[in-house]
Design a protein around this ligand. Structure first.
Ligand code: G3I
Length: 363
């Protein structure tokens, strides 16, 4: 027992010091990361730089379990571009340094979105300067990380059929300022600034077979087809995958969508997976089982498709899930949507992820 504890302390010390490659068996064989690497898959989560620096068990879990990281907030405009002529890369750079120390890849999230814009944006950006502001931001940010990122979410959540436009585009500030062309501008600029990152269109609400989500998927395919026709390079679609237990499950519509993208040579990333339990009653252990079963069904279906090459959860521990802030349970109990609970114990979702990864064909 004393030996095991001593080894654990040694491993933790080495991980925190970024010396993973010196450890005898890294990643440990029972981790998501080890199982994914055996199958050539990327598995990851959204991270918060302050926790990587300040909470050893958080850092240790992320180092052991993941080989792909994405900033939950640290690469958004609000965080990186606090004043018109000032950028602050320090917190986001922490993620890159952590990833380098633990042989992990990093995704960028995101270069163009209707949310998380800094306050100055609304008072200073006009139709006359919007193109310059957008391209300058993308050149600076994608340029800063050029050659180091696995992929960029270049445009996030640009489609919203409910907004009632004939082209299905969201009435975002970017659309109002620049028209539909803003999407091509963003992708072309990103490609120039970082020729190596896989350029991704990322969206939510495209997982289920409801009429709304079926329509949204159709619009995403139209968008990708249109971009390809216009010679705008795009490599991947991110399916966010914020799912809810106790409602309709993803099915054939999403599977066909992934296959359609494959015909266009597009990869698919599961970019923000979590399973909200706010519709479930019962004791935590019963809810956890249902959450885990949705993880398993979903990932088995998606990972059977060869162009699905990466799976990221939106956080690693229930302790910090965004769902408690935006979709709290009506009984006031905390949500349990992620692979590790608030004390960093593996949940049924963790085991379901690992089994689904194991079921992935390697050929
Ligand atoms: O950092 C400030 C802090 O200084 C301040 O005291 C506090 C007071 O509200 O706010 C903090 O900022 C919050 C930030 O999260 C960091 O915690 C923002 O208010 C809050 O709006 C922000 O929410 C994030 C949201 O995107 C909007 O950017 C969530 O954490 C993040 O999980 C969520 O992630 C999005 C993806 O980017 C896109 N897909 C959907 C997903 C979930 O909404």
């Amino acid at each position: 027992m004393r030996e095991r504890l001593a080894r654990r302390e040694f491993v933790r010390g080495a991980l925190c010091a970024g010396m993973a490659r010196m450890l005898p068996s890294f990643p440990p064989p029972d981790t998501l990361r080890a199982h994914a690497e055996a199958r050539g898959l990327l598995v990851g989560c959204a991270v918060v730089p302050e926790k990587l620096r300040g909470e050893p068990i958080y850092a240790e879990t992320v180092a052991e379990q993941e080989n792909l990281l994405v900033a939950e907030n640290a690469m958004k405009w609000q965080a990186l571009h606090p004043a018109p002529h000032r950028y602050d890369f320090a917190p986001a750079d922490t993620i890159l340094a952590f990833a380098d120390a633990h042989q992990q890849r990093v995704r960028g999230h995101n270069l163009c979105w209707h949310q998380a814009l800094p306050d100055w944006f609304h008072s200073m950006v006009t139709k006359d300067n919007a193109k310059q502001v957008l391209t300058e931001h993308i050149c600076t940010v994608a340029g800063h990380y050029a050659g180091r990122l696995h992929s960029w979410d270049v445009v996030n959540e640009a489609i919203e059929p409910k907004d009632g436009r004939p082209d299905g585009l969201r009435k975002s500030p970017w659309l109002m300022l620049l028209g539909p062309e803003y999407i091509d501008i963003a992708f072309r600029t990103a490609r120039r600034a970082d020729p190596k990152a896989l350029l991704t269109y990322n969206d939510y609400g495209i997982e289920l077979d409801t009429p709304e989500q079926t329509e949204k998927r159709r619009r995403v395919l139209d968008l990708v087809r249109g971009m390809k026709k216009r010679g705008v390079s795009i490599d991947a679609v991110g399916v966010q995958s914020h799912l809810t237990a106790g409602e309709q499950r993803p099915g054939n519509g999403l599977r066909d969508f992934v296959r359609e993208l494959r015909k266009m040579d597009m990869q698919v990333f599961i970019t923000e997976l979590d399973v909200s339990d706010h519709k479930l009653q019962g004791a935590p252990a019963e809810r956890d089982k249902l959450v885990g079963s949705l993880y398993g069904d979903y990932l088995r279906m998606m990972l059977a498709e060869p162009n699905v090459t990466a799976v990221l959860t939106w956080g690693i521990t229930d302790k910090y899930t965004w769902l408690n802030h935006e979709h709290g349970r009506s009984d006031g109990q905390p949500q349990r949507p992620l692979p590790f609970d608030a004390e960093y114990h593996p949940m049924p979702a963790f085991y379901a992820m690992r089994e689904a990864i194991d079921a992935r064909r390697t050929t």
